[in-house]
Design a protein around this ligand. Structure first.
Ligand SMILES: *Cc1c(COP(=O)(O)O)cnc(C)c1O
Length: 371
C-alpha cells in the first residue's frame, strides 16, 4: 500500500501554462506583471483595497507588526494555540504576546477571555482563524473599537472562508494570508498582506523591499529585509486562485466524508461542521482523542504511520514553548483547553489531491485503531 501523505496540493489547472509564460517572456523576478495581477485579484477576492505579496505568511505577519509600529513593551493579545509565526512576529520587535485559551469546539481563541487581558500597554489583538472555522469576529471588533486597539488578522488558513457572509481577510487593520502548499491557494512558498489603508499599504511595500526610497533609492531612513515575491510564484498563485471556489467545495466534501465515516467512534471528537456564523472549510480535518482514552496524539500518529498514513499533531501552545520559557515569558501560565488540544489533537490527510480511495483507506485505519 502506498503511503498517504498528510497533504498533497492540486496543481493541474493553468499553473504550468502561466509558468511557461514567465519563462518564455523572461519575467521571473518580483518585477514581473503577474505579481501585481495576483495582488489585485487576491485583494479583490477578500474585498480589500491593497494586496502586498511577500515571501511567506510568517514574513507577512512580521511586516504587519512592523507596519503598525508595535515596539518593545507593547502587548498584543493572541491565542496560545497557534503556530509560532504569530508569537515570533510580535517578539521579534520586543513586543509581548499576551495569551488567551482556546474554545474546545472551534479551536479558536476564547473571545470572551480577551477583555480581561487588556492593560494600558495593550496595542493590538492578533486574531488567528484556526483549522477551518473563523473566530467570532463581531465581539472582537467591538472590543477593539471600545479600547482603541488595532487588529491583525491571521487568515493564513482561511482562503475562501467567510464570517457572516464577509470574507475572512477583510477584518483586520492588516490581514495576512499564507500560500504554503497545505493552504487552499499555494505558490510553493508565499504570503500576502491585505489592507484598506493607503498609508499602511505603502509602508508594507517599503518593508517588503529593504525600505528603498522612491526619490533616493540607496539612502535609508529605515531598515528592513528582502521579502519580495517572484513572478513565478504569482503565476502559480493566479492559476490556483481561479479554482478557489472549486477547492473550497472539495475541502468540504473531504470533511463531510470523514465525518460520515468516523461519526460513531466514541473515543474521538470530530470538527464542528458549522457555527452560527460559518460553515467549516476544513483547512485540515482535525480530530481530538477523548480525555478518558489513554492515548495521546503522538501515539496515534505512530499507529497511523505504521499503516502508511501521514498525519500531523496539533500546534504546541505558545506558553509551553521552551524558547519563551527561557526568555522568562508565560511563567506559571496555564490554558487547559489549549493544552489538551496540543496533546490530544491530530489532523488526518486532507490535501486537495487526496483521492476517494485514499479517504476510505484512512477512515478504515482510524476505525481499526479505535475498535
Ligand atoms: C501557515 C500559517 C502561517 C505561516 O505561513 P508560512 O507561509 O508557512 O510562513 C501563519 N499562521 C497560520 C495560522 C498558518 O496556518
Amino acid at each position: 500500500m502506498a503511503f498517504i501523505p498528510v497533504n498533497e496540493p492540486l496543481l493541474n489547472g493553468n499553473e504550468k501554462k502561466y509558468l511557461c509564460e514567465c519563462i518564455d517572456t523572461g519575467w521571473i523576478s518580483s518585477e514581473g506583471p503577474f505579481v501585481r495581477e495576483f495582488e489585485e485579484k487576491m485583494a479583490a477576492r477578500v474585498s480589500r483595497k491593497h494586496g502586498i505579496a511577500v515571501t511567506n505568511g510568517t514574513a507577512a505577519l512580521e511586516i504587519a507588526v512592523r507596519a503598525l509600529k508595535l515596539k518593545e513593551g507593547d502587548e498584543v493579545i493572541m491565542p496560545t494555540f497557534t503556530i509560532i509565526s504569530c508569537a515570533y512576529a510580535v517578539t521579534q520587535v520586543g513586543a509581548i504576546p499576551v495569551l488567551v485559551d482556546s474554545d474546545d469546539k472551534t479551536f479558536n481563541m476564547k473571545v470572551e477571555d480577551i477583555e480581561a487581558k487588556i492593560t494600558p500597554k495593550t496595542k493590538a489583538i492578533m486574531v488567528v482563524h484556526i483549522y477551518g472555522l473563523p473566530v467570532d469576529m463581531d465581539p472582537v471588533l467591538e472590543i477593539a473599537r471600545k479600547h482603541n486597539l488595532r487588529i491583525i488578522e491571521d487568515a493564513a488558513e482561511m482562503h475562501g472562508q467567510t464570517y457572516k457572509g464577509r470574507p475572512c481577510g477583510s477584518f483586520g487593520d492588516i490581514s495576512i494570508f499564507s500560500f504554503y502548499p497545505n493552504k487552499h491557494v499555494t505558490t510553493g512558498e508565499g504570503g500576502m498582506v491585505v489592507t484598506d489603508d493607503d498609508e499602511l499599504a505603502e509602508k508594507c511595500r517599503s518593508l517588503r523591499n529593504l525600505c528603498f526610497q522612491r526619490s533616493a533609492r540607496y539612502v535609508h531612513e529605515e531598515l528592513s529585509g528582502n521579502y519580495r515575491f517572484t513572478n513565478l510564484q504569482a503565476a502559480v498563485g493566479l492559476a490556483q486562485l481561479e479554482r478557489l471556489d472549486e477547492f473550497v467545495i472539495k475541502k468540504r466534501q473531504i470533511g463531510k466524508r470523514y465525518t460520515e465515516g468516523l461519526r460513531d467512534i466514541s473515543d474521538i471528537s470530530l470538527p464542528l461542521a458549522r457555527t452560527d456564523y460559518a460553515d467549516n472549510i476544513y483547512w485540515v480535518y482535525g480530530i481530538v482523542i477523548s480525555d478518558d482514552v489513554p492515548m495521546d496524539n503522538k501515539e496515534l500518529q505512530k499507529k497511523l504511520a505504521e499503516n502508511e498514513i501521514g498525519s500531523r499533531t496539533f500546534f504546541w501552545c505558545m506558553h509551553e514553548q521552551p524558547v519563551y520559557q527561557e526568555m522568562g515569558l508565560f511563567k506559571e501560565e496555564t490554558y487547559p483547553n489549549a493544552e489538551r488540544l496540543a496533546r490530544k489533537g491530530l489532523y488526518l490527510p486532507s490535501g486537495l489531491a487526496i483521492t476517494d480511495e485514499q479517504l476510505e483507506t484512512v477512515i478504515g485505519v482510524v476505525r481499526k485503531i479505535f475498535s
